[in-house]
Design a protein around this ligand. Sequence first.
Ligand code: PLP
Length: 397
Amino acid sequence: MTSRDMRLAQRLSAVSLSPTLAVMMESKALKERGVDVVDFGAGEPDFDTPENIKRAAVEALRNNLTHYTDTGGLLDLRRAIAARYKERHGAGWGPDEVITGCGGKNVLFLVALSLFEAGDRVAIYAPYWVSFPEQVKLCGAAPVIIEAREADGFVSRARDLEAHRDLKAVIVNSPCNPSGAVIPPDEVERLAAFAARTGAWLISDETYDTFHYGPGTFASLASEHARLRDRLVLVNSLSKTYAMTGWRVGYALGPRSLIDALRKVQSHDATHTSSISQAAAVEALNGPQDSVASMREEYRRRRDDLVRSLNGIRGIACTLPPGSFYVFPNVKGAMTALGCATSIEFARRLMTEIGVATVPGEAFGAPGYVRLSYALALDRIREGAGRLLRLLGRRDA
Ligand code: PLP
């Protein structure tokens, strides 16, 4: 039966399945056929959830924390989130200005459903995380794609918004998936000034905020909370920071009236995320943080190793990304060498010819690049880089 026969909603026609999930499924299928795939496609930590967090979940289960919770999430969890932003950024959000949900992706969708409608224009910097434009489109609004330039380290610049009138919102993501770019403090200030001046909402996705290795400094939009109180939505997640992707805990901080709107939507949707996951999240936020520091150090080591290897390969040029756990090299030279017209074709060749899974730049609105995740063991990173080197050759000195 075709989708026309099934009479699917029209709003789905402009939306595609998450391309990163598609790569995951493709490499899984190859692995099941016995192919040794080096999987740079993964968008999740290869670490296990720290033991103290798992123990808290077991404890919650034993204590029968198995009923509905508040739609916004347990008060203890919302308090822990508000306290973190107070302590780290001096931001004065209270527990009623916090909502938790089924991962950052779900919370972003609650934000989109609460704010966007037909006729709205929402600025998104490319390369962008795959779900930003699709969520905007699902709400009937129009994404306005703004280029973040490779020569500028893919930083989202406020000046590039000036040409666009009547923006309902601007979505920023720092550290960025896929580029690893981090918005420097002075640019954070300019973005906040733009939102304050034009009345656009500023939605800041800081899912990778703990994964910043330098050069430069990471600045949270939370530092602009006082100035942007009624225009700022900050979204974050426990998925990456605490290696908790499967637990599905994300959250948003914003003005009370918007958070109430998100609650309203969630009350007719998931109701809340799992009570057990919420208890685990309280421990993640309030408990020891040493596992976060050791994961960060390991990612830094892998990033440095991978970037060095990639820059030794003919046709690949990779800037050093200051954050997240992705690199986003320019592969235009390598594409030409292999006779590939698109990075989709290039990524497919890598997958089928040398068993290396990457995500093509088209998925992020940036053809000519591929995303490689370094959330995999160093020996696998070296194996993958070795395969690329054998395929493409060494860069001339
Ligand atoms: N935002 C960004 C930039 C991401 O990369 C992801 C996940 O890959 C998310 C949000 C959502 O993560 P989750 O829904 O697991 O919290």
